[in-house]
Ligand binder design. Structure first.
Ligand SMILES: C[S@@+](CC[C@H](N)C(=O)[O-])C[C@H]1O[C@@H](n2cnc3c(N)ncnc32)[C@H](O)[C@@H]1O
Length: 276
């Protein structure tokens, strides 16, 4: 890696007290080159000097490195499988409490997509179960948006008309997720790269039936990928389900303990008897 790029990541790590050195080096190089080009700087070393002198720049670059994009029902087929086949069976067995974790949730689209399909499955089964979804991210401003759960129409791409009418309330130019679904979701800041903890402190008491960690692992280098994957694996109850992003895979070491639920897609079940 370019020395200047390494120095930039080290600067950000010191500046924020958070790990910026575990993101994939190729991603970091690409994003830094993009940002330098926006500023008409041709060398990473020139951008490094700019970064040190411009007070708002560290935050700007941090946001570029921590890609924020998300949508509702991102990867619709997997959500369909989850909602119509996997979750109904899990709700039936879960003895009154279902716990999910949307790890690296961005502005909440993923966590509320999960709340919607859980609510729909409960209606079909005519069974009410207490649902706790922990939605965590490192970006405090993304979490503020997630707590508010208000989305402009251009951010509701994956939402059907039926769900738009049943699960959202129009608020001026935005749509807010209805209270019943918001109440299922607890948003909190959690750094998945923090090696001192395994799960968000708010969720300590008990494992998870379902863990979604999508489109975050793909931005990490190999050691960090393995460290975060270990957290996700430990957080899952036996029989619990892990949902990864399209470009993310299970490291070989965990393959004996995680079976792929269908032979396409990225849903895996942790082996072992379910609780309850
Ligand atoms: C591309 S978004 C993924 C959103 C959602 N999971 C999805 O698939 O649509 C990646 C998210 O990872 C978050 N992130 C980056 N570094 C993180 C870290 N160290 N700990 C927790 N979240 C992090 C970013 O803030 C961003 O919201």
């Amino acid at each position: 890696m370019d020395v200047a790029v390494a120095e930039i990541l080290s600067f950000l790590t010191d500046h924020f007290g958070e790990d910026f050195q575990s993101y994939s080096k190729s991603l970091a190089e690409k994003r830094i080159a993009e940002r330098a080009a926006q500023l008409s700087l041709t060398e990473a070393s020139a951008y490094r000097e700019f970064l040190r002198s411009a007070p708002a720049e560290p935050e700007f670059l941090a946001r570029m490195l921590r890609v924020r994009f998300s949508t509702f029902f991102r990867d619709a087929l997997q959500f369909e499988l989850l909602g119509s086949v996997i979750i109904p069976a899990m709700l039936h067995d879960c003895k009154g409490l279902f716990r999910g974790w949307s790890a690296a949730c961005a502005s909440g689209e993923e966590a509320y997509s999960l709340a919607i399909i859980l609510d729909e499955a409960m209606q079909v089964l005519e069974e009410r179960v207490k649902v706790q979804i922990f939605a965590t991210d490192i970006a405090a401003d993304a979490l503020d948006e997630a707590r508010l759960a208000r989305y402009r129409p251009d951010r509701l791409g994956g939402v059907t008309l039926k769900r738009l009418q049943g699960c959202f309330t129009p608020r001026k130019s935005e749509h807010q997720v209805v209270e019943k679904l918001r109440d299922m979701v607890t948003c909190s800041r959690y750094d998945l790269l923090d090696q001192r903890t395994y799960v968000p402190p708010e969720s300590l008491f008990g494992g998870f039936d379902l863990v979604l960690c999508r489109n975050f692992l793909m931005y990490l280098d190999a050691p960090a990928y393995s460290m975060v994957f270990d957290k996700l694996f430990r957080a899952l109850n036996p029989g619990g389900v892990l949902m990864l992003g399209k470009a993310e895979t299970v490291p070989e070491r965990y393959a004996p303990d995680l079976e792929r639920i269908v032979d396409f897609g990225n849903l895996y079940r942790k082996k072992g008897a379910r609780r309850g």
